[in-house]
Design a protein around this ligand. Sequence first.
Ligand code: AHM
Ligand code: MG
Length: 334
Amino acid sequence: MPEVTVTEHILLHQKRSPHATGQFTGLLYDLILSGKSISRRINAAGLLDILGGTGEVNVQGENVQKMDQIANRQLIYRMERCGALCAMASEEEADFIPVPDDFPQGDYILIFDPLDGSSNIDVNINVGTIFSILRRKPGKKGPVTLDEVLQPGSRQVAAGYILYGPSTMLVFTTGQGVHGFTLDPGVGEFLLSHPDMTIPEQGRIYSVNEGNSLYWDDAVRECVDYFKGCENSLGKPYSSRYVGSLVADFHRTLLYGGIYMYPRDSRKPGGKLRLMCEAAPMAFLAEQAGGRASNGFQRIMDVVPDKLHARTQLFIGSPRDVEAVERIHAKYGK
Ligand code: AHM
Ligand code: MG
């Protein structure tokens, strides 16, 4: 039986989707092409003098890695020409990017983290590109305004990530389940390897940066103790795993179940992860796979961003594990 390519899969699913336009299919196609180019550069990064920092600090106050910049430029260059977008926003750029007037305009807005986990790239550990696709309100024309970009996760029409790991994988949803594709480097195509991915109901792994525990509040401390103790519904301590790349930690959680947490703390009172380019797309994937994503008090998908780089705490994974976190947070209140 010949393998199903990602293009074939998108076309088949598009027939059943309300977004069955050539524009949307073209958008995904160019996004995938950008991912393939980034993957190729990352695979050879150690040979091309593209490891290490640029010496600059980005809008998030973080050191910019050379590969961050390469991935960011690649995505902006390719995607502003794709004809399906009216605006983009990148984790690396302070403001959203309207598609210039001299390029063809479309109805979609693309939000992305060009290279998530990039502090791991110099040590050859998985990194990834995370994306979220929104639609412009019907009937809106002319220059895009910021309030059109600030949409809650529930308005996403597609979301996913490209994981640059031992093999490069594309995992995405258009609201009809979650599907995973593995890049066959010989053919240069993503082939369907993980159809209809579902997250286990409960896991046995918790994932959090425990180096921050000194700064946690009582609710977060109780959550982590719950997973490390014997009073949880598993009846024994969970294992701990933490890569420090959201894409990698989320991918493991999607396949094995369990919970990934990036809580707020006294040094990061709003949390660390970005709502629009990290938490919301992962929340869409988690829910489509039967999991949950919460900020401890509310479904991530319902949170309306108040600014482009709004941050949030994130608890994501198996439904029973995220529910336990919400129960504990409800006891303490906001
Ligand atoms: P980045 O997008 O600049 O790489 O930052 C986000 C990353 C996530 O991938 C990861 O889960 C988290 O930051 C790790 O943070 P920490 O090193 O504080 O544990
Ligand atoms: Mg990131």
